[in-house]
Design a protein around this ligand. Structure first.
Ligand code: AQP
Length: 337
């Protein structure tokens, strides 16, 4: 039997190059060898305010970009988190197994709540919902970017704690983080990761950016002192980030990039980088348009939700039994409308 892979992306904005190289493009590498469940985690996205008029479009767009990046719905299950009620139910059960102290140590929570007078409790418990997402599918591997490593560690801890307290229930999953491209940085601040909720759109290249947007954003990307194109993340973090993007787009090694731009300066490098990004995104944007026009996405998501409900409800039932909760409403018998 194939091992199982699970991962998700928030519909909190238009996906960017970091989401593409760190997540959705890599997902397609798993679909031949793993039984894959890929999710649009809309319940996670509402931990910060989302416009209810916009959210359905963002959910749809995220699904379309999964397909445009090469996800094959015949091979992998694609679904929307809020269509599968087991996620929210197991999340509550796991919240009762997690501690306030361990959630307070999550760096994403610290970053996102920093300097804010008020934030939702959901932002704090976000990693528990993520643990529920993963554990509901008896997941073996979780392909994610570097930023999610700590959350997958927490998921492992919660699974182990639940198993030792209530008896063997959950498979303990492992994160799979790419050696390269796992953390693309903001174009405006190489100390921060590229993020779709960045209030400054110059910080990210979104998958829907036009050629002009891409040229403009790369031209205005921050650089380091000097003019040499050399890979040195300590001394030249901004150039190292741009070189990482160039390498991901072209497949060239850093030494080859250094050779290609020796003595040519930042302007020539930026021009070549913008061209490489445009070339990389052109087929993705083309496929996005084709899938959007085909109108096929709703039936893919419906089939995906049916399969996800079938699998996750078995695991939820097992967990409820172990905890001694009521099963008058059997989760495996509920049906989608
Ligand atoms: N900058 C990044 N470089 C590499 N991988 C990244 N990922 C996110 N940013 C980068 C990976 O993309 C997947 C989906 O992420 P997400 O949408 O669930 O949430 P996120 O990690 O919080 O991404 P964003 O773009 O920063 O969203 P917002 O701004 O809404 O918080 C994950 O596998 C993630 O590792």
């Amino acid at each position: 039997m194939k091992k199982r892979a699970f991962s998700g992306v928030q519909p909190s904005g238009v996906l960017h190059l970091g989401n593409y190289f760190g997540a959705i493009k890599r997902f397609t590498d798993f679909q031949d060898d793993y039984d894959c469940f890929f999710c649009i985690v809309d319940l996670h996205s509402i931990t910060v305010y989302q416009d209810p008029e916009e959210l359905p479009k963002l959910i749809n767009d995220t699904a379309l970009y999964y397909l445009a990046a090469g996800l094959d719905p015949q091979k992998a299950t694609l679904f929307v988190q809020s269509d599968v009620p087991c996620h929210a139910e197991l999340s509550w059960m796991l919240e009762c197994v997690s501690t306030f102290g361990e959630l307070s140590r999550m760096t994403q929570f610290k970053d996102k709540s920093k300097g804010k007078e008020s934030f939702s409790s959901g932002l704090f418990t976000y990693p528990v919902l993520m643990a529920a997402d993963i554990l509901l599918y008896d997941t073996d591997v979780v392909p994610v970017g570097e930023d999610q490593k700590q959350h997958v560690e927490l998921c492992r801890d919660l699974a182990q704690r639940f198993n030792s307290r209530y008896g063997e229930t959950f498979k303990v999953p492992e994160a799979v983080i790419p050696e390269f491209g796992a953390r693309i940085k903001s174009l405006q601040n190489p100390d921060k990761k590229m993020s779709k909720s960045d209030p400054n759109p110059l910080g990210y290249i979104s998958l829907s950016d036009s050629k002009d947007d891409i040229v403009n954003k790369i031209r205005r990307a921050v650089t380091d002192s000097g003019r040499e194109i050399v890979y040195s993340p300590e001394d030249k973090p901004a150039i190292a980030n741009l070189m990482t993007i160039y390498s991901l787009c072209t497949g060239l090694e850093f030494s080859e990039i250094e050779e290609q731009f020796e003595g040519k300066g930042y302007a020539a490098f930026k021009q070549a980088l913008a061209d490489a990004i445009i070339e990389t995104l052109a087929p993705v944007q083309e496929k996005y348009r084709e899938y959007a026009e085909s109108g096929i996405i709703s039936s893919i998501l419906k089939q995906g939700a049916e399969k996800a409900n079938e699998v996750s409800s078995q695991v939820l039932k097992r967990a409820k039994q172990r905890m001694g909760l009521s099963l008058l409403l059997d989760p495996t018998k509920r049906k989608l409308s």
